[in-house]
Ligand binder design. Structure first.
Ligand code: GLA
Length: 382
């Protein structure tokens, strides 16, 4: 954990609100494979990371709530009896969304103060939003002794995103952030919300994230749009979700839906299968096979599901050319953010400098390279 960050947040709180807060660590996440499968009741393979949002929280003796975003140096004050989404409200809507979902459960809250801040790069596809939502709900649960289970909390976070932010996200990010386990990836069944933890021996390979540092516009509407395509296709086949559809069953619709929608649904069915094969490959210690599945996942996201972009494709192509990266793909919702790469450990430095130079030449923009550690999920810190 970033102790510097923790100290900054806690001393800011003390200075601003003059009380000693509870501190919540809430991590971002990465995802090995299984992209855009969570809202299709499929499988995903995420892990929580050691980049996080730290939330300092305590009860307030005023009659309003006050939330301070440390990184943006912005403060927002509001009353609990008028919690509504704010048009273009940015971070405020994540906070308000969580409060509103708690209130919808009939749970009464009283005024509180919050300072939050973090080191998860925004727009990188590392789920800083889920980390923030989970940090807020976890903190409120702690301070007001609400007795919410972790599972209830992740659904509150998810609904906050649906109803206040407007992204109809699946459950992967909130789950991984809340239930993360140090040094383990979570093979999560998004229908049953049960996960099998895997401690992966990468055998001389490492994971490396490369951030394009771009986030293309309209990615939220493109996301919601993909989700409704998937739901329409499964409804046409009288199935609950694409999880329940085989390639053969989908084929029946070949001439009844657009080619584009057909490819999207096919991608999801194939990605769910790849995620299952990835678990098998890991169990068999076959890291090369895992890498191949990761490359295939990107091809599907690029050509069939169409959520990639030039910058991401460039990074994946360069990885392929390098011969030292055995798997690379875009990660998260898409249209920017990071690629995740499985790379020979002793080639990280060389490859990083080659890719930084090539990216700069091509896009006249810097990419950022991170190595992350796999961490525990949302919890109280001292
Ligand atoms: C975003 C969403 C997740 C998931 C991914 C794509 O991160 O929040 O629920 O759908 O995109 O896999």
């Amino acid at each position: 954990m970033n102790t510097h960050l923790k100290e900054n947040i806690s001393s800011k709180f003390l200075k601003k609100y003059k009380s000693k807060p509870k501190l919540v660590f809430s991590p971002g996440r990465i995802n090995l494979i299984g992209e855009h499968t969570d809202y299709n009741d499929g499988f995903v393979f995420p892990a929580a990371i050691d980049k996080s949002i730290i939330t300092a929280i305590d009860i307030s003796d005023t009659n309003y709530c006050s939330v301070y975003a440390y990184d943006k140096k912005e403060e927002y004050q509001f009353n609990l009896d008028s919690v509504e989404a704010i048009p273009n409200g940015g971070w405020r809507n994540y906070v308000l969304g969580v409060i509103s979902e708690i209130q919808k459960k009939g749970i009464g809250l009283s005024p509180f103060n919050i300072v939050f801040g973090g080191d998860i790069p925004g727009g990188a596809g590392l789920s800083s939003s889920a980390a923030l939502e989970n940090g807020i709900v976890f903190g409120l649960n702690e301070v007001f002794k609400l007795d919410l289970t972790k599972e209830e909390m992740i659904f509150i976070s998810q609904k906050a995103e649906h109803n206040f932010v407007g992204v109809k996200c699946g459950i992967m990010d909130q789950y991984a952030s809340m239930f993360g386990l140090k040094n383990h990836f979570l093979h999560l069944d998004c229908r049953t919300i049960e996960a099998k933890p895997y401690q992966i021996d990468l055998k001389g390979y490492e994971l490396l994230l490369i951030n394009t540092n771009v986030k293309h516009k309209l990615s939220d509407s493109a996301y919601n749009n993909r989700r409704s395509v998937c739901e329409n296709v499964s409804a046409l086949l009288h199935k609950k979700a694409l999880r329940d559809v085989t390639e053969k069953e989908l084929h029946v619709l070949k001439n009844k839906i657009s080619k584009k929608d057909y490819q999207k649904a096919l991608y999801v069915i194939q990605e769910i299968e790849r995620t299952q094969k990835a678990a098998e490959a890991i169990e068999n210690g076959d890291i090369k096979k895992l890498g191949q599945l990761i490359y295939k996942s990107h091809a599907g996201l690029q050509h069939q599901y169409k959520v990639s972009c030039d910058e991401l494709d460039f990074l994946v192509d360069k990885a392929k050319e390098s011969n030292v990266v055995i798997g690379s793909r875009m990660m998260g919702g898409g249209f920017g953010g990071c690629t995740i790469n499985l790379i020979e450990k002793d080639q990280i430095e060389n490859f990083s400098s080659v890719i930084e130079k090539a990216y700069k030449e091509k896009f006249n923009n810097e990419c950022s390279i991170y190595q992350v550690n796999i961490s525990d999920g949302t919890h109280i810190i001292k």
